[in-house]
Write a protein that binds this ligand. Structure first.
Ligand code: HEM
Length: 356
């Protein structure tokens, strides 16, 4: 079991933690504890804003209008139709286990003998992802050095942004191809085909273009791609572990980490996501989009940020007159632990608390 505690300050969080741990009759044994935090700037350890894009959920998100960013409730919550119009698979309990009828019946008529334990719950993916921050910035610096071995900060900032698909502020390259524009009112209202079909702004292989291709999947560009993309969305939350290796707001301020050395400390992202179907959503994004070198017309490119690169792959950056190819891409993010969990609804938690 994983218990996630959140609090507005470390003190409040610790008080809550103590309160829970001191409940001797809880029947729980603490196996392992992890801590995490978020920065006011929402920066992750490489120096980029990691809080921009989330799917809107039909009927729940505001404004209540259907856009290309809207997904069916059943993409995230069990018990509601998903993007295919069918109910996601849900865990059940036999009727006699719920004498007080706290849980709703299994929907439909096929399984009259069971209750829907998953209703209003979701599946939670947790991954502890270590980030090689020094390796990331040293690799990028090495791509920009002149004959004297001096790196070019401006070129570094551009390459890092091409890896992510957004500038450090979160502004997408597709909307602001030349330089960061932190004032952009809506950093998420864009698609790729109209102005960026060939990836000269945001490369095909960039992290955000692979993990959410929007309208740019080559086998069905446009509406078909938007529909396919909407069937592989996840609700993400991240929290950082480990001290930042450099002041994370520096990059946005134009100060690049030129001579960065690793300090031997573990740091990275506690990655969480919610989805109704882990195979079709989280695993698909990780395996079929991030780790596949032949994603969307590419042939030797894995996700430069989170792909399981092994030093042999490439990052292709479309440019005019010739593309740039960055070779021997190392791995910058490695998994240190994690698991798949059911996040039960309040009703299901009450049912568990009532159990004999
Ligand atoms: C240490 C690991 C990771 C880092 C540093 C990272 C960083 C980022 C950043 C900077 C963004 C852009 C800002 C935003 O839209 O919020 C982003 C977006 C995103 N990331 Fe990651 N990420 C990591 C792991 C993952 C993993 C494991 C997945 C899923 C398999 C993932 C899926 C996504 C998705 C779906 C988006 C939004 C794309 C869009 O809608 O445009 N990320 N990530």
């Amino acid at each position: 079991m994983i218990v996630l505690l959140h609090g507005p300050s470390p003190e409040r969080l610790d008080a809550y933690r103590q309160q829970l741990l001191s409940q001797a009759d809880s029947g729980l044994t603490l196996v392992r504890e992890e801590t995490g935090f978020r920065l006011p700037s929402f920066k992750e350890h490489f120096g980029f804003n990691d809080s921009v894009s989330q799917p809107d959920i039909e009927g729940l998100s505001k404004p209540r209008r259907h856009t290309q960013n809207t997904v069916a409730i059943g993409e995230v919550l069990l018990g509601y139709p998903d993007g295919y119009g069918i109910l996601p698979i849900t865990p059940v309990v036999p009727n006699p286990a719920d004498p007080e009828s706290l849980l709703p019946p299994f929907p439909g008529t096929e399984l009259p003998d069971v209750k829907d334990f998953g209703h209003n719950g979701s599946f939670l993916v947790y991954r502890k992802l270590a980030q090689d921050v020094a390796g990331f910035w040293r690799y990028i610096a090495a791509q920009t050095v002149d004959d004297q071995g001096t790196p070019d900060p401006e070129a570094m900032a551009l390459i890092a942004a091409k890896f992510v698909g957004r500038w450090p502020s979160g502004t997408p390259l597709t909307l602001a191809p030349e330089q960061d524009n932190p004032q952009l009112p809506d950093k998420n209202a864009f698609a790729y085909l109209a102005e960026d079909a060939d990836g000269r702004r945001c490369p095909m292989g960039a992290h955000i273009r692979r993990t959410h291709p929007r309208d740019s999947l080559l086998d069905a560009p446009g509406e078909g791609s938007v529909t396919t993309s909407s069937r592989h969305r996840i609700l993400r939350r991240g929290s950082l572990f480990g001290d930042p290796l450099f002041p994370l707001d520096d990059i946005e301020a134009g100060k690049l980490p030129l001579d960065i050395e690793d300090d031997g400390q573990l740091r990275g992202l506690h990655f969480f996501c919610l989805n109704a179907d882990i195979g079709r959503q989280f695993e698909f994004v990780q395996q079929t989009w991030a780790n596949d070198p032949s994603f969307n017309g590419l042939y030797d490119n894995k996700d430069p940020l989170i792909g399981d690169n092994d030093g042999t792959g490439t990052m292709t950056i479309p440019r005019c007159p010739v593309r740039q190819r960055l070779l021997n891409l190392p791995r910058f993010v490695a998994m240190r632990g994690g698991g798949y969990f059911l996040l039960p609804s309040l009703k299901s938690l009450r049912f568990l608390a009532n159990a004999p």
